[in-house]
Design a binder for this molecule. Structure first.
Ligand SMILES: Cc1ncc(COP(=O)(O)O)c(C=O)c1O
Length: 390
């Protein structure tokens, strides 16, 4: 339609939305979405906390107030970070809003930004919507290619580098500390802002502590966080941590969008952090998700043995598996749907959507039984695919 802004006609169609539609219609086991296990949503705890809040919080809680968010929650969040205080925290409507605020703040049409290849699909779509010139840097299971990154910092002078260094979406990979330190050094040297998106950090299945850019580069990095994976996505509560000179601008950008995020849920979550109930819930999630991860690992071994490659994710929600070079997972996807299982083909996580032999498999949403059945179906789909491509 002529009246639409250019960005509407340029808007990339979200593949995940398409598959979620397909899955909704059929008896399909889905490893596709990045969804938490809803049987683990802590409904009783939420009910208890809401009732407590209704009885104890002042009526003024319902009033308009500053966009920055409820002090109680900002104070609790600041404690997560070294050397941060509540003035360095802005509460957002999910971390997706944090991404939008970053685009509004930093991206003029045609500005260059760097992303990992592969990267989070919805962020890639959003950056495209703001007409950013998206440049990719190679990612491996140990971190980004820092030689290539330095070259890009020098030649492209990007506004920022967007990364998910811990339990990444889509790969589940985490950078080695050495890589994080080198990227922090480069960012400082070439004055590039690092955007660290960290929705999965708390879902950690091994003991190792993960270094964050807030520690390595507090003034030149922005951290995005969310309660979507540790509590419930529906509260739409996320946050941004940044130096105050950035945060003040982010606040104005947020005000222009939605004035503020509902304080009611902010106060409830602040209480859940204070009384320790959120931490206990996260421990439960970790226990349950670790079992699911291990179940998917076993099923992958049983069904595919040596014919696929992958790393075992130490946290988060995804396996990133590589089939033989000759397999185009976008075509395999159609076979998989025929056999009653879904995954996300790797190509959608790259800027140019070139054919890819990778696939992202989510292990948190399906039951163990479905993980086993789904993997058998995927194996059948691969056999059929291979037969047709001989
Ligand atoms: C890397 C990444 N960033 C941001 C988000 C958005 O999360 P939220 O529900 O906080 O908006 C997701 C959700 O899956 C994600 O994987």
């Amino acid at each position: 339609m002529k009246k639409f802004a250019k960005r509407v006609t340029n808007a990339p169609r979200s593949f995940t939305r398409k598959i979620l539609d397909v899955i909704g219609q059929n008896d399909i086991i889905s490893f596709a979405g990045g969804l938490p296990d809803e049987s683990l949503f802590p409904h009783e705890l939420i009910k208890k906390e809401i009732n407590y809040s209704l009885d104890n919080l002042p009526k003024s809680m319902y009033q308009y107030s500053q966009a920055q968010g409820a002090i109680e929650l900002r104070e609790e969040l600041a404690k997560k970070y070294t050397n941060s205080n509540k003035n360095q925290i802005l509460i957002t409507t999910g971390s997706q809003q944090g991404l939008d605020i970053l685009c509004k703040t930093f991206i003029d049409s045609g500005d260059t930004i760097v992303v990992e290849a592969p990267s989070y699909l919805a962020a890639l779509n959003l950056f495209a919507l703001y007409d950013a010139n998206i440049v990719e840097v190679e990612l491996t299971c140990r971190g980004v290619n820092t030689t290539q990154l330095e070259e890009l910092f020098i030649t492209k002078k990007p506004k920022f580098f967007y990364t998910i260094p811990t339990f990444q979406n889509p790969t589940g990979w985490s950078w080695e500390d050495k890589c994080k330190k080198e990227v922090a050094r480069l960012a400082k040297k070439y004055n590039v802002i690092i955007i660290e998106d960290s929705p999965y950090n708390a879902l950690k299945y091994e003991k190792k502590e993960e270094l964050g850019f807030e520690e390595l580069l507090p003034e030149l990095s922005v951290t995005l966080g969310t309660f979507s994976k540790t509590l419930v996505p529906d509260f739409r509560l996320g946050w941004m941590r940044a130096d105050e000179r950035f945060l003040k601008v982010f606040q104005v950008m947020k005000e222009n969008t939605d004035l503020l995020s509902p304080k009611f849920f902010q106060r409830i979550v602040a209480n859940m952090i204070k009384d320790g109930n959120l931490a206990l819930h996260v421990e439960t999630l970790i226990e349950k998700y670790r079992v699911k991860r291990d179940a998917m690992l076993d099923a992958l071994k049983v069904e595919f043995g040596e014919i696929i490659e992958y790393e075992t994710p130490k946290g988060g929600m995804f396996f990133w598996i590589k089939f033989a070079e000759s397999v185009d997972t976008m075509e395999l996807f159609d076979e998989a749907i025929e056999k009653g299982v879904a995954f996300v083909p790797g190509s959608v996580f790259f800027k140019d959507h070139n054919p890819s032999s990778y696939a992202r498999l989510n292990f948190t949403n399906a039951t163990i039984e479905d993980i086993n059945t789904g993997m058998k179906r995927l194996k059948k789909a691969l056999i059929r695919y291979n037969n047709q491509h001989e």
